[in-house]
Design a protein around this ligand. Structure first.
Ligand SMILES: [Zn+2]
Length: 288
């Protein structure tokens, strides 16, 4: 178990060690993926509370808090895309006897119920059917800041994945070449290395530019409140104010009615500040 070695990762990124021990080498010795093992009940130190029952302050039959029961492995691991390879997440299923709900260990609801230091170890960004590692998301955001858009970024990702595939292919061929003096009637003929996207072989995959774009829009949308808050906290050394009191037709923000907008722009045009006025008195402000 990889937890005994102090890591969440199972599987070596170096097929050299496995291949060195084999008399008859097969290409699949070079296809072995990396696994991220996330079985939190082994690490939480205590039973995991049911998120649903906790939210509704519901107790178990014996009056004790409702805890989750480990309920076996999911049908299949989840694939997330890393910088030059794909990682497969091995999770665990949990069941609540009180509210009869099931959770996967990678679900956001279950992770919110874990001790925070443990929940923080799961950094992958999962989407409906796939996902990206935090490393890829960090590089993606840096690329977007530097003007590289989602479609070129998808190509960069694909280039790196194919580069790793070709390195493994070359390693396989070097092993065969090193052992070519052994007569073939001892080893039998060797299998060719699979194509990159052969699903029964290497099974390479990278997401499309459209997927990257949609991911980014959703990701930034989920952090809009924090970004707005940070922008609102920036000081405005120079504030250009448009004092025409634009009528906003009683727009509502957080349940309050506002009758006028007082737009203002910071120096260098960074962020626009809108003061909302109600009956000629200052009520609040919002940054766009
Ligand atoms: Zn429950």
């Amino acid at each position: 178990m990889c937890y005994d070695k102090g890591t969440f990762i199972d599987g070596s990124p170096y097929p050299f060690f496995d291949a060195s021990k084999r008399f008859k080498l097969q290409p699949e010795h070079f296809y072995k993926p990396k696994y991220f093992v996330f079985i939190p009940h082994l690490l939480a130190g205590a039973a995991i509370r049911c998120p649903q029952c906790l939210a509704e302050s519901r107790k178990g039959k014996d009056g004790q808090p409702a805890y989750l029961t480990p309920n076996g492995f999911p049908k299949a691991p989840r694939r997330v895309v890393d910088v030059d390879e794909n990682i497969y997440i091995i999770g665990y299923r949990y069941y609540c006897r009180t509210c009869k709900k099931s959770y996967q260990s990678w679900s956001p609801a279950l992770r919110a119920a874990l001790p925070r230091p443990l929940a923080q170890q799961f950094t992958h960004h999962l989407t409906f059917r796939s996902g990206l590692t935090d490393r890829v998301v960090a590089i993606m955001r840096s690329c977007f800041l530097q003007g590289i858009g989602p479609y070129p970024f998808a190509q960069i990702l694909r280039t790196n994945h194919i580069r790793r595939y070709e390195q493994l292919h070359l390693q396989y061929l070097e092993f065969l070449y090193a052992g070519h003096s052994t007569p073939l009637h001892f080893t039998g003929s060797y299998q060719p290395f699979s194509a990159y996207n052969d699903q029964s072989g290497y099974a390479g995959y990278t997401p499309s530019g459209r997927y990257i774009r949609d991911f980014y829009v959703q990701f930034m949308g989920s952090h809009a409140k924090e970004i707005d808050q940070y922008t609102a906290m920036l000081s405005a050394n120079i504030l250009q104010v448009d004092h025409s009191f634009k009528v906003s037709n009683n727009s509502q923000i957080d349940g309050f009615n506002f009758e006028y907008w007082l737009p203002g722009t910071q120096a260098f045009g960074k962020g626009q500040r809108h003061s909302c006025l109600h009956c000629s008195s200052y009520s609040g402000e919002r940054v766009q």
